[in-house]
Design a protein around this ligand. Sequence first.
Ligand code: NAP
Length: 433
Amino acid sequence: MRHVAIVGSGPAGYYTAEALQKKLGEDVRIDIIDRLPVPYGLIRFGVAPDHQSIKAVSRRYEGVALTENVRFVGNVTVGEHVSIAELQDLYDAVVLATGAPNDRPLEIPGGDLPGVIGSAAFVGWYNGHPDFADLDPPLDGPNAAIIGNGNVALDVARILSKTTEEFAGSDIVGHALAALETSAVRHITILGRRGPHQIAMTPKELGELGHLANAAPRLDPADFPPEGDDALLEPGMRKSVTHLRSFANDPVAKPKTIDFDFFAMPVAIEGDGRAERVVVEKTRLDEQLRSVGTGETYTIDASLIVTCIGYQTPPIEGVPYEHGRGRFANDSGRILPHLYCVGWARRGPTGTIGTNRPDGYEVADQIVGEAMGANRVGRSGLDTLLASRRANVVTFRDWQRIEAAEIGNAREGAPREKFTDIAAMMSAIGLPD
Ligand code: NAP
């Protein structure tokens, strides 16, 4: 019997469990450990609440979770209730599927002023992550800026722009819906340090900006390279750029505006005790298509500034880490003998949910090919440790009761109303937190 511990219950964790199950069948026991009492990581807390079809992939993970040889061990923090070294003693393999939950810092003067918020926090707030439920972002001013030209920037712009009616059918949490209902934000500027051909936005997500009830994108046609150059782009990127061109060429007037400022590098944030404006330096592209400052600056007013410039995996003491790339140092997912990483903890924060599937399968192959450790007892040893440390473990059945309570609490038309703090999740199943 092979015993495997997976730390993190997001897509990367569950795809790895699925792969191990397929390869080893009854010969494997897998414990998926999560610090929260609820599973699915990025699916629950990262994917936008108005993208329910993407969130539906959690049903596939549920299928894995409900098999006999996979356990969910929720409300258990690695580093607090159990260490990596202890897991290595108990299991034949330990897989870190801890994602990249920390924001890459925007290291410019004023980057720490109140009103400057990283996307992990802002997205966590509207998705009900317990760490960010109390964020209370400043929505009292008319101007907001979003830094970055990726899909997270699009998610944030869309969430700031939608009407209450447009959130029907979403599972945006009540506190965010209420705050957005009274939001004063009318003008959103998305700042990209390079040009329309260098965006990291995908076509479907960009297309959605063209169909908002109350908001419309505005772009300057002068920012685009000649149209013939689009033929050189790969097909997905070409579709994205086609959306951008149509926004630029056929502007629509709506009460809220989403301005795309290209070749615009934030160099400082200014304000009297809180963010009031972004100082932006115009850029140009060098031969390697990197952005280079031109020295010319301008300012845009913004009392809410959301940085959407990527994420980092938090380091774990004793686990080799690649600081420049914000992920564990690994060779195709292998960190050290019997210690692996998958998903964003392996690759850095890139790719779609589906990218994690081949990742998980590749690491599962390596685990299967590696000699087993000696005298690994697996889950019975973990249970003994956790009991001695008085951890209140949440099982998958417990989670299903939390989920049932969330579904019961849903406002009309919504799939669920998430609990946004751990105490409420635990009280729903009659356990102390
Ligand atoms: P991303 O795709 O890596 O985009 C980050 C953006 O930030 C880039 O435009 C980058 O510009 C810019 N940037 C980085 N550092 C900067 C700085 N110091 N100043 C100004 N701009 C800076 O990251 P993301 O948007 O966080 O998305 C993460 C992953 O999740 C991506 O794979 C994304 O596709 C995925 N995702 C998918 C969906 C969806 O499918 N619906 C939704 C959300 C996220 P440069 O290119 O110049 O570096």
